[in-house]
Design a protein around this ligand. Structure first.
Ligand SMILES: *[C@@H]1O[C@H](CO)[C@@H](O)[C@H](O)[C@H]1NC(C)=O
Ligand SMILES: *[C@@H]1O[C@H](CO)[C@@H](O)[C@H](O)[C@H]1NC(C)=O
Ligand SMILES: *[C@@H]1O[C@H](CO)[C@@H](O)[C@H](O)[C@H]1NC(C)=O
Ligand SMILES: [Cu+2]
Length: 145
């Protein structure tokens, strides 16, 4: 499995090249949220990762994100998830506080979007928790080392 992951990661620069600059997939949006008492609005860079749009893939599967920026996972058919892993154990939750989207079954692009905020530049490895998907290569990394 370690060798398999190494093989995958060794291919990342080529995969990434298909997207050109990985920042092409980012966009600047205005994010508004309403709490019970106040409405806040902040402009920030939001990076988008498509989950399962093209088979067992995260697109892009490697992304460099600055602290304070957000990453949105957009889910495509059929029934995927996103869970934080460690490099050494890529198909298992890193620990009890791993981020995890839960499963998102859908027949078209889901309206459920899983958003995480990046707090630092340390690598965040993640995988799809659906049976067999991680083993099929459905893994990715934010801020690769
Ligand atoms: C889980 O792993 C993350 C990343 O290594 C670490 O920051 C966090 O403290 C860990 N949490 C627990 C409960 O071990
Ligand atoms: C999605 O996958 C999970 C895990 O395999 C499963 O428990 C759940 O029933 C699936 N949902 C649908 C609607 O297929
Ligand atoms: C970033 O920090 C917030 C607030 O402590 C926390 O809720 C969130 O899970 C952190 N993001 C990641 C990717 O660990
Ligand atoms: Cu999957």
């Amino acid at each position: 499995m370690k060798n398999a992951l190494f093989f995958l990661l060794a291919g990342l620069p080529f995969i990434n090249a298909q997207y050109g600059n990985s920042n092409d997939n980012s966009m600047t949006t205005t994010v508004s949220s309403t709490t019970s008492s106040t409405a806040v609005s902040a402009s920030s860079t939001v990076h988008k990762i498509d989950v399962g749009e093209d088979g067992f893939t995260f697109s892009p599967n490697t992304l460099t994100v600055s602290p304070g920026e957000k990453v949105e996972f957009h889910f495509y058919p059929q029934n995927h998830s996103v869970i934080q892993a460690s490099f050494d154990n890529p198909c298992h939750p890193i620990n009890d506080s791993s981020f995890s989207s839960g499963f998102v079954p859908t027949t078209k692009e889901s309206t459920s979007v899983f958003t995480i905020t990046i707090n630092d530049t340390s690598p965040l490895w993640y995988y799809c928790g659906q049976i067999g998907h991680c083993q099929a290569g459905m893994v990715g990394v934010i801020n690769p080392p």
